[in-house]
Design a protein around this ligand. Structure first.
Ligand code: NAP
Length: 282
């Protein structure tokens, strides 16, 4: 039976460290790190994410501001807000909650966030920096995965790492981070032929697909480390990942549950990036 990788535990430990650092900043009269979260429209899931981000900030003593704009906000108005936040000295991190309404060009918004406040690490400048290994921020979800591996002493060096998914926010940066950690990395996607033959080679398998039970036990090598980034809904409405947890748990050495695996880490890495941004801005 695999050991469960406990994302709640690891994230609470990292949050404690962040909290302590912020306490020390306050003590020494420094400026408290500040995060601005922008939401446009009424997407219920986005509202929950934004509320959680505010709670996370409060928990570690971070300053936060929330901007809830109506669905009919124009692109120009959204850009204006981003530019205002770029200039605000008490804000060190800016996060524009995805998805945005269709009439707003998400890429344009991201490109207008100051790279030094881009705590999602989605700005092309930050993406380029990650590619050459000279970065300040890493995208929260794959960075959270790397922290989980580190906590459980799982070193990707020399290992066969297979990432299923090639999105700009998870799959691609995850592959780059594993490569930087000296893993031998393969990226799979929806056009990959013979997915199971490739995943079965993996010592470390990261599933970032967004489809329930795509990774079944016959696709996993005995003793593999299995990281499930997926967040899907079961028929009963409960959350589940991309991996057939009940069966894969029997053959993997380590496995992340959903919920309670990668999810809490994503939230915590946003706080970490905001703290980093504040320290850079000193
Ligand atoms: P995405 O942009 O939809 O990308 C999904 C990727 O999976 C694509 O590269 C796609 O290939 C690939 N794919 C789809 N079907 C496949 C198949 N049958 N076989 C192999 N590859 C397949 O999604 P995302 O934003 O990366 O997110 C992935 C999942 O992670 C989602 O469930 C999302 O909710 C979850 N997520 C979780 C967290 C967290 O904090 N836990 C954070 C972010 C995302 P193509 O490129 O060929 O289309």
């Amino acid at each position: 039976m695999a050991q469960i990788i406990d994302g709640k535990l690891v994230s609470s430990k990292i949050k404690e460290e962040i909290k302590l650092e912020i306490k020390n900043i306050k003590k020494s009269g420094g400026q408290i790190p500040g995060l601005a979260v922008v939401i446009v429209g009424d997407d219920p899931a986005s509202k929950v994410y934004v509320r959680n981000k505010r709670k996370d900030c409060e928990e570690v003593g971070m300053y936060s501001e929330e901007y809830a704009l109506p669905e009919n906000t124009s692109q120009e108005e959204a850009l204006e807000l981003v530019k205002k936040l770029n200039d605000k000295s008490d804000i060190h991190g800016i996060l524009v909650q995805s998805p945005l309404p269709k009439h707003i060009d998400e890429n344009l918004i991201v490109e207008n966030i100051s790279p030094s406040k881009d705590v999602d690490a989605f700005h092309p400048q930050n993406v380029g920096r990650i590619t050459i290994g000279r970065y300040s921020f890493l995208p929260c979800t794959p960075a959270g995965v790397m922290e989980l591996l580190k906590y459980y002493n799982i070193d990707p060096c020399g290992k066969e790492c297979v990432v299923v998914g090639r999105s700009n926010i998870v799959g691609k940066p995850q592959a780059l981070m594993l490569l930087q950690a000296n893993g031998t990395v393969t990226i799979c996607h929806s056009k990959t032929v013979g997915l199971g033959n490739i995943t079965k080679r993996a010592d470390i398998l990261v599933a970032a697909i967004g489809k329930r039970n795509i990774i079944t036990a016959d696709m996993v090598k005995e003793g593999a480390v299995v990281i499930d980034v997926g967040m899907n809904k079961k028929d009963d409405g409960k959350l589940c990942g991309d991996v057939d947890f009940a069966e894969v748990e029997k053959i993997a050495s380590y496995i992340t549950p959903v919920p309670g695996g990668v999810g809490p880490m994503t939230r915590t890495m946003l706080l970490k990036n905001t703290l980093t941004a504040a320290k850079m801005g000193k």
